[in-house]
Design a protein around this ligand. Structure first.
Ligand code: MF3
Ligand code: CO
Ligand code: CO
Length: 315
């Protein structure tokens, strides 16, 4: 049998850790999530029920809109020479300006207000002194806590001109999320979400990261419900009206194996090939799904994340 030709992986220098600045202060009038009160930031075991109350759903629309607005603003900061710490500063102040708390800050030991994951960083990158460079791709993952509930959303942004394989990765990952959202409805088994994602990843020869999954979200940052992004036919848990959870596929150009930096957070691909992620917070409705992480007028950063051809300005 003829060997299928492998497309060359994108060659760029590995991302190296920069300097992480001190946590940014939060004024006293901002209500903190319970974990932010204890030293280790331990959230304890997930406590929330599978389905949200009508009041919680309304609160999650507000939290979701704030997360979507801040992600749009954060994406506009992306440019060559801008450090991920500068993006953290903008996210921090824009979240506080909306009366919300930046959920990552003090979650377990996470020291910053947003996750920024560049090139081969799969997720949970810590904002630092590294300037973004032309050709980089970066995921910005914003979670906010407002009125007792979390809204969690992320998107990819291209730094200047980005090579064609990276653009294919970014657009494939967005399409995988959109296909998965499209099958969400009451009675549908959780396993169908991973099947929809693999339905995009496999023909595109993109890897699917298995170590990190979507999650129940609401009064808990991470609820009990787990949403694998690969097809696990044993997972027959049916979706039900009122459930709120994320779908946040991480796709790769090469290996989907995970390694962790010594900071204990930054997850990278084992072969340092590039990876992309998009995330929404979703509500299962009576007849389908509502995307909670959109602005009041229905916009989100994903609309702008279709990587443009080289030389075409992003907006
Ligand atoms: N927002 C991430 C998620 O999608 C979680 C980040 S936790 C942190 O689940 F501590 F790394 F910020
Ligand atoms: Co999430
Ligand atoms: Co997130």
């Amino acid at each position: 049998m003829a060997k299928r030709k492998r497309r060359p992986l994108v060659r760029s220098a590995s991302v190296r850790p920069g300097i992480v600045g001190p946590p940014r202060p939060v004024p006293r009038h901002i209500t903190r999530p319970p974990y932010a009160a204890n030293a280790g930031g331990e959230p304890g075991p997930p406590r929330m029920a599978p389905a949200r109350s009508p009041a919680e759903i309304e609160a999650m629309r507000q939290a979701g809109a704030v997360a979507a607005e801040v992600l749009l603003i954060a994406g506009r900061q992306v440019a060559p020479g801008v450090t991920t710490d500068a993006i953290d500063a903008v996210v921090h102040s824009e979240v506080l300006a909306r009366g919300a708390y930046p959920s990552p800050l003090g979650y377990r030991t996470f020291p910053k207000s947003v996750c920024t994951s560049v090139n081969e960083v799969i997720c949970h990158g810590i904002p630092d002194s590294r300037p973004l460079a032309t050709g980089d791709i970066v995921n910005i993952d914003v979670t906010v806590y407002l009125d007792g509930v979390h809204g969690d959303t992320s998107a990819m942004f291209c730094v200047g001109e980005v090579d064609a394989e990276s653009r294919r990765l970014v657009s494939g990952t967005l399409r995988a999320l959109q296909e998965a959202i499209g099958i969400v409805a009451p009675g549908v088994p959780v396993s169908e979400i991973g099947r929809a994602i693999e339905g995009v990843a496999r023909p595109g020869r993109l890897g699917v990261v298995r170590e990190f999954v979507g999650h129940g979200v609401g009064t808990d940052f991470h609820g009990n419900l787990q949403i694998p992004h690969y097809h696990d036919p044993r997972n027959s848990t049916p979706l039900a009206e009122g459930m709120t959870f994320t779908i946040e596929p991480m796709l790769t150009l090469g290996s989907a194996q995970v390694e962790l930096w010594s900071d204990g957070w930054t997850a990278v691909t084992a072969d340092r090939s590039r990876t992309a992620q998009f995330e929404h917070t979703l509500l299962v409705t009576a007849d389908g799904v509502e995307v909670l992480t959109v602005t009041a007028d229905g916009r989100c950063a994903h609309d702008l994340s279709e990587a443009p051809a080289p030389g075409v300005p992003r907006r």
